[in-house]
Design a protein around this ligand. Sequence first.
Ligand code: GLN
Length: 189
Amino acid sequence: MTAAVGVLALQGDYEAHAKALQRCGAAPSEVRRVAQLEGLAGLVIPGGESTTLLNLMRDEPWFEALRGFHARGGSVFGTCAGAILVSREVRHPSQDSLGLLDAAIERNAYGRQVDSFETNLEVAGLPAPLSVAFIRAPRFVALGAGVEVMARHAEAPVLVRQGRVVAATFHPEITGADGLHAWWLGTLA
Ligand code: GLN
């Protein structure tokens, strides 16, 4: 039996993540209320627009709930805007974040010319390169000693892990390559 997983469904690319998890054999729930975190082993925080996400999170005590979820053993997989949200420090500009990952991250770090692109990434521990999309992507600008780099693009870390927190600056859910979702499900208790 696969672990109970959810996708934060307030804003952004949650449907594509849910479909990727389904293709890997999970039955993800769409999490729109704090109470729906109950009983989950893992939560995906999808890409989208982190400022919009932050605004929507004012309706309920999301920060407290997500920090509590993580502290009680829940795993969090943040992609793009989700990676921004889980980081300790956000730059360009500075904004609130959950601080679950010991990292500083800069928003929209790839500039206008290369706002969005697709590429194949070699990921430590995955059998095949992963086809992914960078869309107005952020960039990690500092990582704490406890943060493991799982993949780099042009030398910059783009996929990192610190215990039960995994963060990708790209979108792994758009191209139909489900290797990372399958791997993440395998990490859940
Ligand atoms: N640029 C967005 C932000 O700063 C993130 C983009 C994405 O999630 N694709 O929140």
